[in-house]
Design a protein around this ligand. Structure first.
Ligand SMILES: Cc1cc2nc3c(=O)[nH]c(=O)nc-3n(C[C@H](O)[C@H](O)[C@H](O)COP(=O)(O)OP(=O)(O)OC[C@H]3O[C@@H](n4cnc5c(N)ncnc54)[C@H](O)[C@@H]3O)c2cc1C
Length: 381
């Protein structure tokens, strides 16, 4: 997220993210392979052709670095991997980590201003257990954290728990670069992120992701048979995608509601944010220019019109336990330290705390917030 996306965030959070938070999160999560020659060529092309924008290397789930596809690709990240590695670490602090698999949390137990326990159903043993800790972090995701807050009847003086459930609008199209075109590659790919130099909360407030050769940077194609099947279907063309992601304020009419026991799914109500509407023509023109510049053509039966991404489709929805700076009474559920207002020992750390739905993909910011909270908890335990 950049400065204008952070405008509506509490100042101390913004400063921490910009000063060192993002750097720490990148050091943890993003182990980039050096950009391939193709990636650099694409970036150079973008920089020359669209000088009004800044162009960056975007993180990839997978970056094929070996044309023979014989090695494990760079860029894979797994939380489960980090946790289990931490469990194996000789560091005595890391070694104390316990992961209770197959435990569904059903209630946060409270007395006054204190969380006294967390009750979970052990799904294998078929019994409930209550765990106690000095500090509790609620991190079940935007929908489930709000549901647990409601199930547990946590304090909600302003009626904000579960409201503001918002996903940023996304406009995209696929296209193909046929073999023989100068930008076609059979064994390389690029993924770039572009942003207008004059972008602000009201002008050009979106990011552009351009993936050329997306068949080589998605995890599903690590399986050679899937990749071969994909290529048979698509022919000799390189599969590409251009995506516009828009910054969006929370929509208070959107909600997560819950009635009934914990195993019942929460009821979600989400309308599309209008944040992209004013920029549709601008995005459409850019999309057409980009496809033409790289010699792209429509993929059979798809066309190259801009299409809206499905709401919640890639789990970017935020805001059900929103963060605020505490300056305005009852304007947020957690404060700038992610502490649940009204409880001494409860914090929240997942996308539910985002007070806006940024143009940026959200996970790096969440990792930076987690680091920030970890620093605080070290002082509290
Ligand atoms: C297909 C796909 C692609 C994506 N690509 C990107 C990307 O490229 N970049 C990016 O930034 N983001 C991406 N995202 C989004 C990213 O995955 C989310 O932003 C991130 O996982 C949200 O983290 P979270 O902690 O809020 O929730 P989650 O990751 O959903 O974590 C919540 C956890 O709590 C557990 N849980 C829930 N309820 C309970 C309960 N009652 N008891 C016990 N445990 C519970 C869940 O099992 C889950 O493990 C993608 C998501 C999807 C689905």
């Amino acid at each position: 997220m950049t400065w204008w996306e952070l405008d509506a965030w509490p100042q101390p959070v913004r400063w921490d993210l910009e000063n060192s938070g993002y750097q720490r999160a990148e050091d943890l999560m993003y182990w980039p392979a050096p950009p391939t020659l193709y990636q650099q060529q694409v970036k150079n092309k973008l920089t020359t052709r669209w000088a009004a924008h800044d162009h960056y290397d975007a993180p990839m789930a997978v970056r094929q670095v070996n044309p023979a596809f014989g090695n494990i690709s760079a860029g894979l990240f797994s939380t489960a991997d980090l946790l289990t590695e931490g469990r194996l670490s000789p560091d005595p602090a890391a070694g104390k980590l316990t992961v209770n698999l197959n435990h569904a949390v059903v209630k946060i137990e409270t007395a006054g201003h204190t969380v006294t326990g967390v009750t979970a159903q052990d799904l294998l043993a078929g019994k409930a257990r209550t765990y106690k800790a000095k500090q509790v972090v609620l991190a079940a995701g935007t929908v489930e954290s709000a549901k647990l807050a409601k199930l547990s009847a946590l304090k909600d003086p302003a009626g904000l728990v579960g409201t503001g459930f918002t996903d940023h609008p996304v406009l995209f199209t696929h296209f193909a670069i046929p073999a023989g075109q100068p930008w076609h590659r059979f064994d390389s790919c690029s993924k770039t992120m572009s942003r207008h130099k004059q972008a602000s909360a009201t002008a050009h407030s979106y990011n552009i992701l351009l993936e050329l050769g997306a068949d080589l940077n998605h995890g599903r194609y690590l399986d050679p048979e899937t990749l071969a099947a994909h290529r048979r279907l698509k022919g000799e063309a390189m599969f590409c995608e251009v995506v516009f992601l828009f910054n969006a304020p929370l929509m208070n009419g959107n909600r997560v509601d819950h009635a009934g026991p914990s195993f019942v799914k929460a009821k979600t109500t989400m309308a599309k944010s209008p944040a992209a509407d004013a920029f549709w023509n601008e995005a459409n023109d850019l999309k057409n220019e980009i496809i033409a510049e790289f010699g792209g053509i429509a993929i059979a039966n798809e066309g190259i019109s801009l299409k809206p991404g499905g709401l919640g489709g890639v789990a970017h929805e935020v805001g059900t336990l929103r963060m605020g700076d505490g300056a305005t009474a009852n304007s947020s559920v957690v404060d700038a330290n992610l502490q649940y207002i009204g409880y001494d020992n409860l914090h929240v750390c997942d996308l539910s705390v985002f007070p806006t739905s940024p143009a940026a993909n959200p996970t790096l910011t969440l990792a930076a917030l987690a680091f920030r909270l970890a620093d605080r908890l070290k002082g509290l335990i």
